[in-house]
Design a protein around this ligand. Structure first.
Ligand code: COA
Length: 179
């Protein structure tokens, strides 16, 4: 596995990130697992470069291929995570909105490396807790989160059903990761 370099994407780089989200969704759909990752719309991807949100892009050092994209939102409200967050001060909380790796490079440790770099960058900005959701059967995502949790099982909610604004029914679990 090559080393990655993580940058905060500018508006000019959102298309590179969107390309990674799209490739990952296509791969999951070809495996009949499209609901494991709801996907990111072009608008959603662009929004995550703005307003204090972070769109992180990891390039492979050397050939500079974009390998991973991670969207972190600061503009969420965290009521739905209340019981997970308990006494956590909300100003240190951010949402891990999406995380993808270029499909032909899955299984080589890039998600773990990218998430480690992401966690370092977020900690430097005062973030102490990440929340988000994942499909209960998405073992790759679950294992990556456990890795970022120092190898311990990340704290999660029960399964629940989420109806998207477009009416798709997706099964999810919420998680909380102290970083
Ligand atoms: C989830 C995702 C980011 C993981 O990326 P990756 O670079 O393949 O992950 P890594 O190689 O760092 O491996 C992370 C864990 O997943 C496991 N894994 C990787 N590929 C796997 C596969 N095909 N089947 C089962 N487990 C797999 C690894 O073994 C590792 O677990 P370990 O710590 O027990 O060894 C990537 O699969 C992806 O982009 N998926 C589509 C989008 C998605 O589902 N995102 C998560 C929702 S937020």
């Amino acid at each position: 596995m090559a080393m990655l370099e993580l940058v905060k994407a500018t508006e000019e780089q959102w298309e590179e990130a969107y390309d990674l989200f799209y490739r990952a969704l296509r791969k999951l759909m070809s495996e009949g697992k499209g609901d494991h990752f709801g996907g990111m719309t072009p608008e959603g991807t662009k929004r995550s470069t703005k307003d204090g949100n972070y769109l992180l892009l990891a390039y492979r050092k050397g050939d500079q291929i974009p390998v991973a994209a991670i969207s972190v939102l600061r503009d969420d409200n965290y009521q739905q995570y209340d019981w997970l967050l308990l006494d956590t001060p909300r100003e240190g909380v951010a949402t891990l909105n999406a995380m993808v790796v270029r499909p032909e490079l899955w299984g080589q440790g890039y998600a773990r490396q990218a998430l480690r770099l992401c966690v370092e960058a977020l900690k430097a900005e005062g973030i102490t807790t990440l929340v988000g959701t994942f499909h209960p059967d998405n073992s790759m995502c679950h294992k990556t989160l456990n890795y970022a949790n120092g190898g311990a099982e990340v704290e999660t909610s029960e399964r629940y059903i989420w109806k998207t604004p477009k009416g798709r029914i997706l099964e999810r679990k919420r998680f909380m990761l102290c970083i």
